[in-house]
Design a protein around this ligand. Structure first.
Ligand code: URA
Length: 433
């Protein structure tokens, strides 16, 4: 087989065989296929697309290019969850113990990530003593014992995706539905789950800016998951404004605890209940979506989900006393209020600009080697639809830097006030199964 023939075949819009796709993935991962041929192939896919069968073969070849996690020693149906990423997305932190409290094992691998804030693993590291690395025996034992473990993603999970993604990043081939869908699904499948619930974010703060784009990506991932024998459901959720109020690592941990205490922001709680219902349903712990939601609400109201969270923190070496005393989490030195310059209803909060402001404070990584400051970030005091009087605080900035006028200006100019109360965006746009 020759790579040039595969490139020409895709360039001419023809369907590739499983063997041809594997030849590319394995050859590129091993270094036998050079960057220039891989880049040319990716550009051909960008323009010519792939059939569902080709997308699934690409996903499986990438999933099998490195370690695949065997969760078979964990009792029950393992359901994983993935978010395409957004500003203030702390859902994994509160959702996982809720689902575990309903009896569904959550054996989760998460990442650090670039962007507005750290990933779930960074957020968990703001808990004093918390260990994000466990041996695979301990990981499995912990899930069997308390139904929940969250660890840092193994270095050798889907190495083909890592290499291909780095090339896409510099060759204009990131925004391609078959390439994004196979990239995300390869990591989920390599992580070993039996079923997958996807939270596909849509809006200014998300990768997919319109509902149409998000729908296309969601359909593509659901088709791949189901063809690969993993029951997959996607939820399209709003990311036009940040999720919840807190944007920042330790600040988001605190907000997630509030959700588990039953006093968290309504949008975060509702999203956890929706995603969680599908996880409980796919995990076989409810017969209907209504029954699953009722079980999750009970886990929250009874305090069982909070108890599971405390057990999980202690099992991974953390000190759960911060749950009752959040001042034990990392704290920034200064708090600065962003005041409303006029009275009015909050019409829009541009999520990606707020995320960028959090990153400039030090809450997120600009490059993979940047250090992040777990204590800093932004807590919104108003959300879309709320009324603010001139001088009211729109947001509180938690910072360790003194000269942040430009960041304050960025936040202020991206919380847009209007005389008329605009439409509050709906949180759940669509469910794709
Ligand atoms: N996230 C991924 O993991 N891969 C992509 O291609 C895009 C977003």
């Amino acid at each position: 087989m020759r790579m040039v023939d595969i490139i020409e075949k895709k360039r001419d819009g023809k369907e590739l065989s499983k063997e041809e796709i594997r030849f590319f993935v394995n050859g590129y991962t091993e270094g036998a296929i050079p960057d220039y041929q891989a880049a040319s192939f990716l550009m051909a896919v960008y323009f010519q697309d792939m059939t569902e069968r080709e997308r699934t073969d690409l996903t499986m070849a990438m999933a099998e290019s490195g370690d695949t996690i065997d969760l078979s020693e964990i009792e029950g149906i393992k359901v994983d969850k993935h978010s395409t990423g957004g500003v203030g997305d702390k859902v994994t932190l509160c959702l996982s113990p809720m689902v575990a409290a309903c009896g569904v094992p959550v054996a989760k691998m998460s990442g650090r990530g670039l962007g507005h804030t750290g990933g779930t693993i960074d957020k968990l590291e703001s808990i004093p003593g918390f260990q994000v690395e466990l041996s695979s025996d301990r990981f499995i034992r912990q899930v069997n014992d308390i139904k929940l473990a969250i660890v840092s993603q193994s270095g050798n999970l889907a190495p083909a995706d890592k290499k291909i993604y780095a090339l896409r990043d510099v060759t204009g081939t990131v925004p391609s539905i078959p390439l994004i869908a196979s990239s995300i699904m390869s990591k989920k499948i390599a992580s070993g789950a039996d079923a997958i619930v996807l939270d596909v974010k849509v809006g200014e703060g998300a990768f997919m800016k319109t509902v149409e784009e998000a729908e296309e990506l969601a359909h593509a991932m659901v088709a791949i998951g189901n063809r690969a024998g993993r029951k997959t459901i996607a939820i399209l959720s709003d990311m036009s404004q940040p999720l919840g109020y807190a944007v920042g690592n330790a600040l988001e941990v605190k907000e997630a605890i509030d959700v588990l205490k039953g006093r968290g922001p309504k949008d975060v709680t509702d999203l956890c209940l929706t995603i969680g219902s599908y996880m409980v349903l796919l995990g076989g712990k409810a017969q209907t979506i209504e029954e699953a939601r009722t079980k999750l609400k009970k886990a929250l109201d009874s305090g069982e989900a909070l108890e599971v969270f405390k057990r999980f923190v202690a099992a991974q070496g953390g000190d759960p006393s911060f749950v009752d005393d959040p001042s034990l989490l990392p704290q920034a030195h200064y708090k600065v209020e962003v005041q409303a310059e006029k009275s009015g209803f909050v019409k829009k909060i541009i999520a990606d600009e707020i995320g960028l402001a959090a990153m400039l404070l030090g809450a997120g990584r600009e490059t993979k080697d940047s250090e992040i400051d777990l204590s800093v970030g932004i807590v919104l005091n108003k959300k879309v639809g709320d009324y603010a009087e001139k001088g009211d605080s729109l947001a509180t900035v938690h910072t360790n830097k003194k000269n942040i006028e430009e960041i304050i200006e960025k936040i202020s100019s991206n919380i847009i006030l209007s005389e008329e109360k605009g439409e509050v965006p709906s949180l759940i746009k669509e469910i794709i199964a």
